[in-house]
Design a protein around this ligand. Structure first.
Ligand SMILES: C[S@@+](CC[C@H](N)C(=O)[O-])C[C@H]1O[C@@H](n2cnc3c(N)ncnc32)[C@H](O)[C@@H]1O
Length: 267
């Protein structure tokens, strides 16, 4: 089937989803993405480690919620280009009836959406191309047709909010997404930081992204923790990503991970 989204993909400008795919060693990027990503890698080689550790945090958080907290509904905003295992595969391996709505504003992601839509027969997955800043997700019939908002939902904002500078009111945006969710819902969030950067690498990354029109806003721990205000943080709280319930003793230095992560329950 012809995909109308294809015509809207601007391959001449780098985009965060495709640059992230490049860091992860994927194949779904264009030359403009590669060039800009290489500039970032040259100044900040740890970005690849960061991307992998971030993906692994998403796996552990999803597994924890499915296995230990009984969550069966997931809303994943800023999904990215599919990289197996995707969130629904992680959740459905534990609970095949899990339902997942994926959202991303990069038209390229929909090209690969079939990988996101291969649900178990018992569960369901849906994909929406939308900008979370301007689209009222929780009023969208594709969301409400997949998720029962009377029941808990895990809202995943994994490596998303650092693309939202303070002017776009990121805290209000997260509240707006959480407010309609049932008590017992969860927020899963990871966020880049410059807290461990003693050589100015993150400033350079910010200016590399910025020169291509992409806002990057790494935040200190206190500001990342603010996203969880009013929620009950699961142990171990807001920590450097590889320290969130690791499968094995973390070996990497925190500087090489460079992002914070946390999971919290809505009371
Ligand atoms: C760094 S990737 C993270 C992908 C995935 N969540 C992960 O952590 O592996 C950030 C994703 O957020 C998407 N994104 C950025 N701004 C967005 C917005 N305003 N609305 C929806 N998606 C957005 C990008 O297209 C990209 O796919």
């Amino acid at each position: 089937m012809e995909n109308p989204a294809r015509e809207t993909i601007d391959t001449s400008r780098p985009h965060p989803a495709r640059m992230y795919d490049y860091y992860l060693g994927g194949k779904d990027w264009f030359e403009a993405d590669r060039q800009t990503a290489e500039q970032v890698v040259a100044r900040f080689p740890a970005v690849r480690t960061w991307a992998r550790a971030n993906r692994q945090f998403m796996h552990r958080a999803t597994r924890t919620l499915a296995r230990e907290e009984g969550v069966r509904q997931f809303l994943d905003v800023g999904t990215g280009i599919p990289t197996a295992p995707n969130l629904h595969q992680v959740a459905q391996e534990i609970a095949p009836e899990s339902r997942v709505v994926y959202v991303d504003n990069d038209p390229l992601v929909i090209e690969y959406a079939d990988a996101l839509l291969r649900s178990t027969p018992q569960g369901r997955t849906t994909y929406l191309e939308a900008d979370v800043r301007t689209h009222d997700l929780l009023a969208d019939p594709r969301v409400t047709g997949t998720l029962d908002l009377e029941q808990p939902v895990a809202l995943s904002l994994v490596a998303l909010m650092h693309f939202m500078p303070d002017e776009s009111e990121p805290y209000a945006l997260v509240r707006h997404l959480l407010d309609p969710l049932a008590p017992g819902s969860f927020l899963v969030l990871s966020h880049a930081t410059a807290d461990f950067d003693h050589v100015g690498g993150t400033d350079e990354i910010r200016s590399t992204y910025g020169s291509h029109g992409i806002s990057a806003a790494p935040r200190p721990r206190k500001e990342v923790a603010r996203f969880f205000d009013g929620l009950d943080l699961l142990d171990p709280g807001v920590v450097v990503g590889h320290r969130w319930r690791p499968d094995e003793e973390p070996r990497l230095p925190d500087e090489e991970v460079g992002f914070y992560a946390g999971v919290a329950r809505k009371p």
